[in-house]
Design a binder for this molecule. Structure first.
Ligand SMILES: NC(=O)c1ccc[n+]([C@@H]2O[C@H](COP(=O)([O-])OP(=O)(O)OC[C@H]3O[C@@H](n4cnc5c(N)ncnc54)[C@H](OP(=O)(O)O)[C@@H]3O)[C@@H](O)[C@H]2O)c1
Length: 294
């Protein structure tokens, strides 16, 4: 009999799956299968292995087309890997779709015949709607999630939506998986494009702001090393202060004395309409999420 999480050799070589009823009854399913082993899959895998003692590396399988990426994932996280999406989909109870939105149609077509009522589908792809996945996979057990990259260190922000028709323990399991990678809230799906822009793309915007602060620090005469340390610790400290419940407005006022240095800097931000620039940034990301929507 196969052991828990063991891949049957024929599948491990990525052959076409031919499951007869006897063989199907013999398989002990792997708990989690990732389709696509890129940045977001890695962030979630890392978070899950750090934060969930009930999930071990052998409980995770990742299908990924690139050999070197598979080697990296299996060596770094000791998870199982395969070049076959069908293999990952057929062996997993929870299938996490972590490919780019433009690859989603091909992936759904590839795995649609392997989906049964026992499986839960989790999609992290920007813009891919629950109804689109439902139309392809013919199941209601679909959870759409927008995570973000701080999941890599258990500090992610995930928002999930699901059909009202899908309730029960499986939803709690997926929620627990997401919580291992950070905070989790649920919202109706109509908010997903805004969420994608704010917290999904948000780390990219904040990192860009940090890049600009470091470059400015260098222009102001500091070494790169010092500018980097000052900027990153200021970001971390500010973030922790805001976590105490202090409002951003109150924090800004605490730092800004009339006629002082912060006021001089804020005058420049205001003269270039900083808030409008940020609003345009978020709205452009939201619009792009809408355009990518399927
Ligand atoms: N990165 C983020 O911060 C973030 C945040 C929220 C949501 N997301 C969502 O997460 C999803 C993945 O994004 P990502 O940043 O992780 O992208 P990524 O790093 O490019 O990962 C996608 C992975 O899927 C692989 N792939 C491509 N075609 C495939 C196929 N047909 N079957 C299986 N695997 C395939 C890619 O391999 P190749 O490199 O060889 O093409 C790549 O390794 C996207 O839908 C995105 O919207 C990402």
């Amino acid at each position: 009999m196969p052991q828990r999480g063991q891949i049957i050799p024929a599948f491990a070589e990525g052959h076409q799956l031919v499951l007869d009823i006897t063989l199907s009854a013999m398989i002990t399913y792997i708990m989690l299968g990732f389709i696509g082993g890129g940045n977001m899959a890695e962030a979630l895998i890392k978070g899950i292995l750090r934060g969930m003692s009930s999930i071990r590396p052998g409980d995770i399988i990742v299908s990924e087309p690139r050999d070197e990426r598979r080697s990296y994932l299996s060596e770094t996280y000791k998870v199982k890997t395969t070049p076959s999406n069908k293999e990952a989909a057929s062996l997993s109870r929870i299938i996490i779709l972590a490919v780019k939105p433009q690859n989603m149609e091909a992936v759904l077509d590839e795995i649609k015949d392997l989906i049964n009522p026992e499986k839960v589908i989790v999609s992290v792809a920007a813009g891919i709607t629950i109804s689109y996945i439902q139309s392809k996979l013919k199941t209601d057990k679909i959870i759409r999630v927008m995570p973000n990259t701080p999941a890599l260190i258990g500090e992610g922000m995930s928002v999930y939506s699901l059909c009202e028709c899908f309730t029960g323990r499986e939803v709690d399991t997926v929620k627990e998986i997401l919580m291992s990678a950070g905070r989790v809230i649920s919202l109706p799906e109509k908010y997903m494009n805004a969420v994608t822009a704010l917290s999904g793309s948000g780390p990219g915007f904040i990192a860009y702001f940090v890049e600009a602060m470091i470059e400015a620090g260098i222009k102001a005469g500091l070494s790169e090393e010092v500018a980097k340390e000052l900027t990153i610790q200021t970001l971390a400290g500010t973030s922790s202060l805001l976590e105490t419940g202090l409002s951003p407005q109150r924090l800004r006022e605490m730092v800004t004395s009339p006629g002082g240095t912060t006021q001089a800097g804020l005058n420049v931000l205001n003269s270039r309409d900083f808030k409008a620039l940020i609003a345009d940034t978020i709205l452009a990301a939201k619009k792009r999420a809408e355009e990518l929507s399927l």
